[in-house]
Design a protein around this ligand. Structure first.
Ligand code: ZN
Ligand code: ZN
Length: 664
């Protein structure tokens, strides 16, 4: 712990970092053209720092003046700014930032005050401030705790706290719990959820395609020598083994050479696999094709929809920025340009107006919103908070109660209790607070701690709901462009154009190969010595498992010299031991091989898919697209967990297959 005297200096560093980060975000921001007006950089306001940060930015100097008197200044922040301003004034100073930059007794106190100011304005995650604290290399455990306090749902912050708990506090158990907590944070952080969900879907999409192809390849690879031999037997001229293999190769590669890519190759291999496969293998091969189709069409499409959802919807992006307490001038322009039909934009503007202290403007916007989207608990609660600040007690109580009829929310109950407190209805206050505590005691305790010794006017705005944003930005049609680009890697040709065409092509091949397979007297390996047994080249051999010499050796022992017979049996035993060793190595080295060698088709497909997921999680351990400063180390940790899990199950599949092979 550092002494209290250093605090203001540290806060100064973080404020500078915050400003720098905000500037970087502007530099990186993509200005997508909106209908009817372009948001090119020339059309934006001049890029000086104050306006880049507006409306939540710090004033370059002098603006902090009235707020330097510690906790007393807090009252001024609440009462003064909220009441004195009227009419939209987007360029005003941000209250949250001013609270942050005020001197405080300790970092903890600074975080508490900032958190209180954020929650009042519906900013449940002050990401930019948390990032600024984390970027300071000296912040350590204390800084990590502060970052989590400012933005509890920011996965990068939770992971940094886990790291600090491990390294500085040495409490491994808490560190592990916090690390897994960072995975849960992805679900609550909508941009994080979109990034993580999109990346996972991307890995699954690629793994389904790669795993399906791999399973078909391994099965077909085993049957290929027989296929080459039998194909040669069908020709009127005798061909050497090399010629037979070349002929089969040309047939298999035909679709690929015609421009159908890996999916074309899979079509040829699938035919071989079905001709030579057992019933269960044929079912597995069909499932493998199903995996490829599912991975290349619906999953790829959903991946595209999730990954490109936010970038395609700049208004939603700006609304989210507003809900993180970090709004740029360009965000305001976008939100205002979105028009009266865009409820999300209007809600964001109402939030921003309230945050700027323009209570009258905010109230007017909220009242219209209540009419246009009836039954929205978030809007009703936030509108009620504005009404309460304006002193319209009856109207505020009515709105809270209407919101509670729709959904029992501990936050709305807490706000209602605060309103009762303000109206001196002590019995109602106690009863409502008890109701809130029953729903979520921890949350109410947190809010009570934040309100501290100044409960006056502390009501909490609800944040933007993740489900609202998710429903809005996920557009499956928009994902198709991404899906077709992803598909082009394995299916650049005709087959890649439609899932139906691919399914029909494989269906036709399946039926044809099934009929051929059932009528073909296929060649095979002798079960003892591995010599080829072919019913056409070697008509003496009947349908048994063994070749002619092995039949003599094992079933007519009197026809062979005893000494010679023992020698040959010994050689065969040695061969079997050698083959077993090779089988173990192959099972471990080649994904899907264990299932083929143990004649467990399901293990082939599952093993191939698990291996593909494992490889995908390792290759894309930083996500499918760059981390938007949200995941941090938590992203790599999530993919490492996925890789470990896939690796564990893969090992189980290989081990059980090897055990089954030994027992055969
Ligand atoms: Zn044999
Ligand atoms: Zn033959």
């Amino acid at each position: 712990m550092t002494s209290g005297r250093q605090r203001p200096v540290r806060a100064g560093i973080w404020t500078v970092l915050w400003l720098v980060l905000a500037g970087m975000a502007v530099a990186n921001a993509q200005h997508a053209p909106l209908e009817g007006r372009s948001l090119d950089s020339e059309n934006l306001p001049p890029p000086d720092l104050v306006e880049r940060l507006a409306p939540d930015g710090l004033l370059p100097g002098g603006g902090i003046g009235p707020f330097v008197e510690g906790s007393q200044a807090w009252g001024a922040v609440n009462a003064g700014t909220d009441a004195s301003l009227s009419g939209p004034d987007w360029q005003g100073p941000g209250v949250i930032e001013r609270v942050w930059s005020m001197p405080a007794d300790s970092l903890d106190e600074r975080v508490r005050l900032t958190r209180r100011a954020s929650l009042e304005r519906g900013v449940w995650n002050l990401d930019s401030a948390a990032r600024a604290v984390l970027l300071d290399a000296n912040s350590g455990l204390e800084g990590a705790r502060a970052a989590v306090g400012l933005a509890p749902d920011l996965p990068a912050g939770r992971m940094a706290l886990a790291g600090a708990l491990w390294l500085e506090a040495g409490s491994i158990f808490s560190a592990v719990r916090e690390a897994f907590g960072s995975l849960g944070a992805f679900r609550r952080h909508i941009e994080g959820a979109l990034w993580m969900g999109g990346s996972l879907l991307f890995i699954f999409s690629v793994a389904l395609m790669a795993g399906g192809l791999l399973a078909i390849l391994v099965v077909a690879g085993f049957a290929a020598p027989h296929a080459a031999h039998d194909l040669g037997d069908l020709l009127p001229v005798q061909m050497p083994p090399f010629g037979r293999a070349a002929l089969l190769g040309v047939l298999v590669l035909l679709a690929m050479l015609l421009g159908e890519g890996l999916l074309g190759l899979a079509l040829g291999l699938f035919a071989i696999g079905v001709v030579y496969g057992t019933g269960r293998q044929r079912i597995m091969l069909t499932l493998a094709v199903g995996c490829i189709v599912v991975g290349a069409w619906p999953v790829a499409r959903y991946t595209g929809a999730v990954l490109e959802g936010l970038p395609r919807d700049p208004v939603a992006e700006s609304a989210l920025a507003a809900s993180r307490g970090f709004t740029l001038a360009s965000d305001i322009v976008r939100l205002e340009a979105a028009g009266p039909d865009d409820l999300l934009a209007r809600e964001a503007l109402a939030r921003l107006a309230r945050r700027q202290g323009n209570l009258g403007a905010s109230d007017a916007m909220y009242q219209k919103l209540i009419k246009d989207s009836p039954g929205d608990v978030v809007i009703m609660n936030n509108a009620a908070n504005v009404r309460l600040h304006l002193g319209h007690m009856e109207s505020a109580l009515d709105l809270y109660q209407r919101a509670l009829e729709i959904r029992e929310s501990p936050i709305v109950l807490y706000n209602l209790a605060q309103a009762y407190g303000r109206a001196f209805q002590v019995d109602n206050l106690t009863a409502t607070l008890a109701r809130a505590q029953r729903l979520d005691g921890d949350l109410v305790a947190d809010l009570t701690r934040l309100q501290g010794s100044q409960p006056e006017g502390f009501v909490v705005d609800l944040p933007l709901e993740n489900s609202t944003v998710w429903r809005r930005v996920i557009n499956l049609d928009a994902g198709e462009r991404f899906a077709s680009e992803l598909r082009a890697f394995i299916a650049p040709g005709l087959l890649g154009r439609s899932a139906i065409l691919t399914a029909i092509s494989f269906g036709v091949v399946l039926v044809g190969a099934w009929v051929i397979g059932n009528n073909l007297r296929a060649s095979r390996w002798c079960a003892r010595c591995g010599r080829r047994v072919c019913p056409r080249c070697d008509p003496k051999v009947s349908g048994g498992e063994l070749c002619d010499p092995c039949n003599h050796l094992f079933f007519q022992p009197d026809q062979t010299d005893r000494e010679l017979r023992l020698q040959r049996i010994e050689a065969l035993k040695e061969r079997e031991v050698r083959l077993n060793k090779i089988a173990v190595v192959m099972s471990v080295m080649v994904p899907g091989m264990a299932g083929v060698l143990s004649r467990r088709p399901v293990s082939t497909l599952v093993g191939a898919l698990l291996f593909a997921v494992l490889a995908g999680a390792v290759i894309w351990s930083d996500g499918a697209v760059p981390d938007p400063l949200i995941a941090g180390a938590a992203g790599s940790f999530a993919f490492a967990c996925l890789a470990t899990l896939a690796g564990l199950f893969y090992t189980i599949v290989v081990a059980t297959s090897l055990a089954a092979r030994r027992n055969q």
